[in-house]
Design a protein around this ligand. Structure first.
Ligand code: 13P
Ligand code: ZN
Length: 272
């Protein structure tokens, strides 16, 4: 309990990851947010969990997560600043009994709030935990080439996924279930949260056209790896288009062979 929370592995991961994401150019200004599910044991090594600093109301009911702890990025906070002032830009929160508040236990020291995308994060956590009890992290960012591709490519999940799979041989192995796609929606709302979480039943990656991407995973490497693999494929697509378009690609049969060799099952119906 007397240990310094800045040195906690989860705080360090948040600091290093936000710096990395900023360096990659996917989190301009306050773009992007991360929420990371923690256990009470992890938190209580660093904080007195009976000391609530502030109660923060929420626009939706998260009672399915009551009593759960998260470290989150703050709303309006810049990823580039997290490393220098984690206590202002990050917060440790617990979902209150009523599911309508979160209790701030540490951080957001300037009176800040958790990310405005908390509905999408929390509803996605709820869905992913049903599928994967080891699930812990939701990450949103503004991955540049993924966003660009949502202006030029067919937005059907099947077509978008198949192109990403074709752009880098490893893609189908990393996300065999493909990518989910929402229509354009107003961010920060209950509605986009519900729609994102519905996709998370099937996908760990969900694209918000002309905005960015959401990823889910059991640890920071998994979620970061998922997003960077999809973004790399989108970057290759950008270059391929700039070089004059596709002359040849990985065939659907080759994608099937690849999936079989690596023991993964591609999303049913996405390959011919
Ligand atoms: P926050 O600063 O509230 O996390 O919002 C950033 C963002 O990317 C909204 O989609
Ligand atoms: Zn965003």
């Amino acid at each position: 309990m007397s240990k310094n929370i800045i040195e906690a592995p989860f705080t360090q991961e948040m600091m290093k990851t936000t710096a990395n994401l900023y360096r990659l150019g996917w989190d301009e200004r306050n773009g992007g947010n991360i929420s990371y599910l923690l256990t009470e044991e992890e938190v209580s090594e660093y904080l007195d969990t009976s000391k609530v600093i502030r109660e923060i109301p929420m626009i939706f009911d998260a009672s399915e997560l009551k009593g759960r702890y998260f470290i989150v990025t703050g709303s309006g906070k810049y990823f580039k600043n997290v490393m220098d002032e984690p206590e202002v830009n990050l917060g440790v929160i617990r979902v209150a009994e009523d599911g309508r508040h979160v209790e701030l236990l540490w951080g957001l020291e300037d009176g800040g709030r958790p990310t405005s995308e908390l509905p999408a994060h929390f509803m996605s956590h709820i869905e992913r935990l049903k599928i994967d009890p080891e699930h812990r992290i939701i990450m949103h960012n503004h991955a540049t080439n993924i966003i660009a591709m949502t202006f030029t490519h067919d937005l059907s999940e099947k077509a978008f996924t198949r192109t990403l799979w074709q752009m880098c041989t490893e893609c189908i192995v990393v996300f065999p279930e493909g990518v989910g796609m929402l229509p354009w929606m107003v961010p920060g709302t209950d509605e986009i949260g519900t729609a994102t979480a519905a996709k998370m039943k099937e996908y760990r990656l969900v694209i918000w056209p002309h905005h960015g991407i959401f990823g889910a995973g059991k640890d920071m490497d998994e979620v970061f790896g998922l997003i960077e693999t999809a973004e790399k494929a989108a970057e290759v697509y950008t270059l391929v288009q700039a070089q004059g378009g596709i002359k040849q690609t990985i065939t659907d049969q080759e994608l099937r062979d690849l999936a079989a060799a690596f023991g993964v099952t591609p999303h049913e119906g996405f390959l011919a």
